[in-house]
Design a protein around this ligand. Sequence first.
Ligand code: FES
Length: 197
Amino acid sequence: MNRPDSPAPACGCCGQPPVDASRRRVIRIASASLAAPLAMAALPAAAAAAGDRLVEEDAEGAPQPLRLSDLKPGKPLVAWPLDTQRGAPRDETRLNKIVLIRLTEAEMAADTRARAAGGVLAYSAVCTHQGCDVKTWLSKEKALVCYCHSSKFALLDGGAVVGGPATRALPAVPLRLEGDQLVIAGAFTAPPGGAPA
Ligand code: FES
């Protein structure tokens, strides 16, 4: 279900090559390989709809809606919205890719906590700088980092930019619970994706 990948670009702002992630003391999300930069206009519009369930990005076989118990505290998981009418993931565009993480609600900003379900937060998994995957998790800072040019997003604070060249917060997706199942409660808070390089 992954989109084709290509080498990371140099930063559009500073011209520097991608940072060598092996020098960081981080936990990498075990999922797809490095993603291509992405301009929003190049692909269909993102469409995470209220009522969609979520399914793990790399799941095999029939899609199984994710449950709260599938999210281990502090361990990010990449998912697609699951169109329950078709019984299929909305994987036509990387812009629909969502990163889920279960954190402590008491540590969240009020508007962030309002979008959480059982402590699980959902954000676009596509960097708002130039569209690479945000897939490096800094557990101490509770921040996601983009591999390409190290933009850093604070997940307890609405995905706010706290480092790197990105200028736009990571779009969030409100969640709710139905029983133990995670359900999308509304649209992305802003259009996901990066600006053209
Ligand atoms: S694409 Fe440049 S920091 Fe993410």
